[in-house]
Design a protein around this ligand. Structure first.
Ligand SMILES: Cc1cc2nc3c(=O)[nH]c(=O)nc-3n(C[C@H](O)[C@H](O)[C@H](O)COP(=O)(O)O)c2cc1C
Length: 306
């Protein structure tokens, strides 16, 4: 018998899938809808202290193996988001992850404190968006010292709410960053945010996105995400949400074998619709049944051998 229920830092989810931040927006009911369609946990679109418009369109383009986006972290701000998180907490019936980002360490702590009244099950900090460099400079996730400062400052204001730090693949070495945020008090990692890229329109003779650069997500990102999860799993003791290109149940199995304890799902919603969560969970279950596994926890880190 396969039982897909999954324990992540003491919270039980019906399966290892997690709605990734940035998909399904910021409303409590849209997060609840993802849960109804099988998401094991749900993450709100990252919130900032003040509302943000984001970049000028076009902000998203598909290519043969994935998507490139430079939405620019548009969101209605923490004041709006905290109320929606309260709705999600009541309606979703699965663990709810708040997500915040900011331009300074101090504002990260302020944004984190502002969502605490919603009592999210976890707080994720997005220190790794690759699409806002022109405004915010190099992401905090690109440097162990900056990543440490933010993680430490946020940890001070979240009390008993576990802190998840979302890391970037846009670094030469991810392991020192992972170790630094673990030492700073992070309770979990989310590997990874999008990979910086560009798509050119040959007829227009210019990049498609107004921001020129964007973040690659979807199937093209999967091997990068799996590599990052694998490297971090070997270096830290805290659990990892593996995010990047998971589209099928087998992708989720591979991510867990690399070392993920839960699996983020984002772009798959574009390819498979909202039912992606149910489909991925069912495919995982079928795969595990065929291969003789009874619980997702038995898959975690298997690719590392004995
Ligand atoms: C349109 C779009 C918006 C996103 N917004 C956020 C965000 O607000 N915060 C965040 O931490 N990650 C954001 N991400 C990154 C995703 O959460 C995820 O890390 C990435 O897309 C890789 O997963 P996937 O291949 O399953 O989509 C966004 C990604 C996309 C494509």
């Amino acid at each position: 018998m396969v039982d897909l229920s999954n324990n992540f830092l003491g919270k039980t989810a019906p399966n290892p899938t997690v709605l990734a931040s940035g998909f399904m927006g910021v409303t409590g009911l849209s997060m609840a809808s993802a849960a109804k369609h099988g998401a094991g946990m749900v993450t709100i679109k990252s919130l900032s202290l003040q509302p943000r418009k984001g970049h000028k369109t076009p902000v998203i383009v598909g290519f043969d193996m994935g998507m490139l986006n430079a939405v620019g972290l548009s969101n209605p701000g923490v004041e709006f988001g905290v109320e929606e998180l309260k709705v999600a907490k009541k309606a979703a019936k699965v663990p709810v992850i708040a997500s915040v980002f900011a331009d300074t360490t101090e504002n990260f702590a302020k944004a984190a404190a502002a969502v605490m009244p919603a009592q999210p099950d976890f707080l994720e900090i997005d220190i790794s968006c690759p699409n806002v460099d022109s405004e915010f400079g190099i992401p905090f996730a690109a440097d162990p010292k900056s990543a440490t400062d933010v993680a430490r400052a946020v940890k001070k204001v979240v009390g008993s709410v576990p802190l998840i730090v979302k890391l970037s693949p846009n670094v030469t070495q991810i392991v020192p960053i992972a170790k630094a945020v673990e030492a700073a008090g992070a309770d979990a990692l989310n590997c990874i945010n999008t990979l910086k890229g560009m798509v050119i329109d040959p007829i227009a003779r210019r990049p498609v996105l107004t921001n020129k650069f964007g973040g690659i997500s979807g199937p093209a990102l999967k091997p990068v995400a799996i590599r990052c999860v694998y490297e971090c799993y070997g270096a830290v003791k805290i659990p990892i949400i593996g995010t990047g290109g998971v589209t099928t149940g087998q992708d989720a199995v591979e991510m867990m074998m690399a070392g993920a304890s839960a699996v983020g799902v984002g772009s798959a919603l574009y390819y498979r619709g909202l039912d992606a969560f149910n489909l991925i969970a069912t495919e995982m279950k079928d795969w595990m049944k065929k291969e003789g596994f009874s619980s997702p926890k038995d898959l975690v880190g298997l690719a590392h051998g004995q």
